[in-house]
Ligand binder design. Structure first.
Ligand code: COA
Length: 260
């Protein structure tokens, strides 16, 4: 495969990351996962990038899953490593510290649905179809799907999707909270960018600490999550952004945030 299984375009503080294997419906093979890992590590460290949109190349798919040809030949040890590596890459996206929006432009199945769920917000085009069909292949989710689907849509709906392996269309995905919004196909990237720019107009530290509080809070009992939130709130009170944001409000002018 060529070196371009991932296209990365940076513009005005936003990185557009496109999974680029349209002939295989953007299936996540070893190379794509390695490139995703490298790409998000670089984006995390790049002060010029403040937010990310992830989408799939071509007309049909966001990502139609992990690469079944690779899965077919994996030993138990390789399978475990495959799942751990995939989980680590997706954890890296979820823990980026900068907002990541999935622009779901078609099939988001298996690892593709798991990738979309690791992003912070999902916008789908009307033709999108999402699902976790692993059970149809005698497999199960390995990139966090059992955990993130449960948390996003609740136990009953998650188990229905996981155990039947059936896809849901964009409208149903919206109804059950799997995607935030459904838009016409030709407006998908513009809508994703507009939403991301609304976020990026706010204080960068506010975004980072909020992502951290929500992310870490998932794993904590409520009292611990609240204590963590209070600590981050205290930290942000020491920031330039907090001073600028509050003073700008009182002076009735737009804030100029520095991310400090
Ligand atoms: N891994 C590897 N290759 C995949 C793939 C995957 N997850 N999903 C699609 N492809 C490949 C197909 O094998 C086909 O390759 P080919 O042209 O060399 O034969 C190509 O992408 C186009 O897919 P095709 O099945 O012909 O398109 P379709 O429009 O008829 O069907 C889907 C679309 C999404 C319904 C069907 O491709 C599918 O069911 N894919 C697998 C989904 C899945 O089970 N994902 C979870 C994996 S754990």
């Amino acid at each position: 495969m060529s070196e371009t299984s991932l296209l990365v375009e940076k513009r005005d503080g936003i990185a557009l990351v496109t999974i680029n294997r349209p002939d295989k419906l953007n299936a996540l093979n070893t190379q794509v996962m390695r490139e995703l890992d490298d790409c998000f590590t670089a984006i995390g460290a790049d002060p010029q990038v403040h937010g990310v949109i992830v989408t799939g190349a071509g007309e049909k798919a966001f990502v139609a899953g992990a690469d079944i040809a690779e899965l077919a030949t994996q030993s138990p040890v390789e399978g475990r490593e495959h799942a751990l590596r995939g989980q680590r890459v997706l954890d890296g996206i979820e823990g980026l510290g900068k907002p990541v929006i999935a622009a779901v432009n078609g099939f988001a199945l298996g690892g593709g649905c798991e990738l979309a769920m690791a992003c912070h917000v999902r916008i789908a085009s009307e033709n999108a179809r999402l699902g976790t069909p692993e059970a149809k292949l005698g497999l199960m989710c390995g990139y966090g799907g059992t955990q993130r689907l449960l948390r996003l849509v609740g136990r009953g709906r998650a188990l229905e999707m996981l155990l039947t392996g059936e896809m849901v269309d964009a409208a149903e995905a919206h109804r059950i909270g799997l995607v935030n919004k459904v838009v016409p196909k030709d407006k998908l990237l513009a809508e994703a960018e507009a939403l991301l720019r609304k976020m990026l107009a706010n204080g960068p530290l506010s975004l980072r600490f909020t992502l951290e509080a929500v992310g870490a809070g998932h794993e904590m009992p409520l009292a611990q999550g609240l204590a963590h939130e209070a600590t981050l709130f205290g930290l942000i009170c020491a920031s330039e952004d907090k001073r600028e944001g509050t003073v700008a409000f009182l002076e009735k002018r737009p804030a100029k945030f520095q991310g400090k």
